[in-house]
Write a protein that binds this ligand. Structure first.
Ligand SMILES: [Zn+2]
Length: 312
């Protein structure tokens, strides 16, 4: 698997002997092998980590690796937004500080620039940039500071979203989802007033992120919520499978033992019965012996008395 090739296998020896047995194998030539918690193959050599099974590292596999990759693409896009907004905030803030010199330069150089561009065939009086600078120079210092503050705030929000998504933390997913959703109504309003490629693109990206987070991360209880999300993670985990298999083995062993115990008990009962029968036999034999003894005595006595009777 790609992730194991890049960052190596993850082997873990659980402290519980029965779980350890599930995750290890003995090879003839190279000793013990341990099952990688990510790709599931057996890797020879000592386990990297050891400890209770419950404290094994949570390793992303399959679907989770793809999901983390997608979230990181979104995270990069958020970092770019944060950077652009941050630079703009700084530029607007600097502009307010040097408004006088900007205004002076604008007044001084604009006619020269205008004639230069005019000779090149452009009319920069209609240029958007010139219009924007001209407009900015008419704004009050308070408005400029508000714009700078707004841009800085946006940059911080995008940065937090980016960090949260990059680390694929649950708080980050919630934060990104809520912050992005709050921007959607404005984006729809923006699109309704005028459709541009940039606006449409930003809207699609944001909508996709919100839907992706809510559906695959099961935020706000969607599709079973956190409980179902974690259950799915557990169902994919090699360690969880080993724990379950060892529990199943234990149950089976317990059943076998019970059966064995029941058999032993039955044998014991049968033996006792046999002994009882044998005992009864012996008793019967002894009794017969006892019964025969008087007869013998009687017979002997009779024999003894016979000659006497004959003799008298
Ligand atoms: Zn591996």
């Amino acid at each position: 698997m790609l992730a194991c090739g890049r960052s190596g296998h993850v082997t873990y020896a659980p402290a519980e002997a029965d779980v350890r047995h599930q995750l290890s194998a003995r090879t003839a030539e190279s000793g013990d092998a341990w099952r990688c918690l990510r790709c599931g193959t057996f890797v020879t050599g000592e386990p990297q980590l050891t400890g209770p099974a419950a404290q094994a590292p949570a390793v992303r596999r399959g679907q989770e690796i793809r999901s983390a990759l997608i979230l990181r693409v979104f995270a990069v896009e958020r970092f770019v937004r944060a950077l652009v907004a941050g630079v703009l905030a700084f530029a607007v803030w600097r502009f307010e500080y040097s408004r006088q010199s900007v205004a002076a330069a604008f007044q001084r150089d604009l006619p020269a620039l205008r004639s230069l561009f005019h000779q090149l065939g452009f009319n920069i009086s209609n240029s958007k940039l010139v219009g924007l600078i001209h407009h900015a120079l008419t704004l009050s210092p308070t408005t400029i500071k508000l714009v700078a503050g707004g841009l800085a705030g946006y940059a911080v929000i995008e940065l937090v979203e980016g960090v949260g998504l990059w680390l694929t933390r649950r708080w980050g997913e919630y934060f990104a989802m809520v912050a992005t959703s709050l921007g959607l109504p404005y984006e729809i309003y923006d699109l309704a007033s005028k459709v541009t490629v940039t606006r449409a693109l930003f809207f699609v990206i944001n909508l996709a992120l919100v839907l992706y987070l809510v559906l695959t991360k099961r935020l706000f209880g969607v599709r079973g919520g956190k409980h179902a999300y974690e259950a799915r993670l557990r169902s994919e985990s090699v360690m969880e499978a080993a724990i379950e298999a060892s529990a199943a083995d234990r149950a089976e062993a317990a059943e076998t033992e019970q059966n064995a115990a029941a058999e032993t008990h039955q044998n014991a009962v049968a033996e006792t019965e046999q002994n009882a029968v044998a005992g009864a036999g012996q008793n019967a034999a002894a009794e017969t012996g006892q019964n025969t003894a008087p007869d013998l005595a009687r017979a002997t006595a009779e024999a003894d008395t016979a000659p006497r009777a004959r003799g008298s």
